[in-house]
Design a protein around this ligand. Sequence first.
Ligand SMILES: C[S@@+](CC[C@H](N)C(=O)[O-])C[C@H]1O[C@@H](n2cnc3c(N)ncnc32)[C@H](O)[C@@H]1O
Length: 317
Amino acid sequence: MKAVHTPALLEETIRYLAPRRGGELMVDATLGEGGHSGAFLERFPTLRILGLDADGEIQERARERLKAFGDRARFYRVWSQEFFAAYPADLDRPDTILFDLGISLYHYESSRRGFSFLKDEYLDMRIDTSRGRTAAEIIAALSERELADLLYLKGGERYSRRIARAVAAAKKRGPVTTTGALAELVSASVPAGYRRGPTHPATRSFQALRIAVNGEAETLPVLLEKALGVLKAGGRMGVISFHSGEDREVKHFFRAKSRECTPAPETPIGRSGGFPVVKILTPRPVSAGEGERRNNPPSRSAKFRAVEKINDPGVNA
Ligand SMILES: C[S@@+](CC[C@H](N)C(=O)[O-])C[C@H]1O[C@@H](n2cnc3c(N)ncnc32)[C@H](O)[C@@H]1O
């Protein structure tokens, strides 16, 4: 089975997150088709990986792809924020955690769940199809104003009001349930110059809906906090993000943790003093080089940041 998705910033990820001793444990918190995990397992023969994904369908593909690594790869079908919040007591704490946020090219091209405006499909957009509202259900439930806010806040769509007005008018005639119908409404409601721009006019609206359906914006800060709590002291955590809002969130989280002081053991209660939780390994975000940008266009918007956990509040407190 051939993978649909090409892992972004693979060499950069390996450079920052390579194991530094034998027998390390890594959590790939967004396993996808297992592109990053496969490369790590191949290159580091004593590394073990726990692969998490909320999407059972894509996880089956990763299982198949990583079969050759036997029990060095273990799989959990779970939202990673829930996994880290209740980290299994019988597992070692991880030396490394990797996040490759968002969805995979597989979702756009093969999932048939309405992630792409280039195909005409039902507007589902759920990563985890066992729960939650679909994009079509969200569109049906939101008022014109609420939809405009969603498109603006989660997608940065500057014509959010016009688009929401067109969708509200269409809803009076019947429900908007397909990617084709939504893409047409968006195209017809934005100015001609925007329609002929370098990106499809529906790109931001689709991104906003996907983020809303999967609770991505609300989840990220909790996810990073819980994961860092579980990471071993001395361990490393890396995050690849694909849009500026996400990268900003990651940057602020890492900065705050590099300043936040966990109390030093000898500090009397009520006195300040102590140690920062992380050291930032990437003062600036790492982006794809020319070659990768050319060969794997989605990598153009990828940004990677990494930290090393230098103090463990749980241990020092
Ligand atoms: C960009 S893809 C990962 C691609 C992977 N690194 C590869 O090279 O094949 C992100 C994957 O993470 C999953 N995902 C996104 N957010 C998640 C979360 N909070 N918890 C669990 N899985 C998540 C998606 O279903 C998707 O399969």
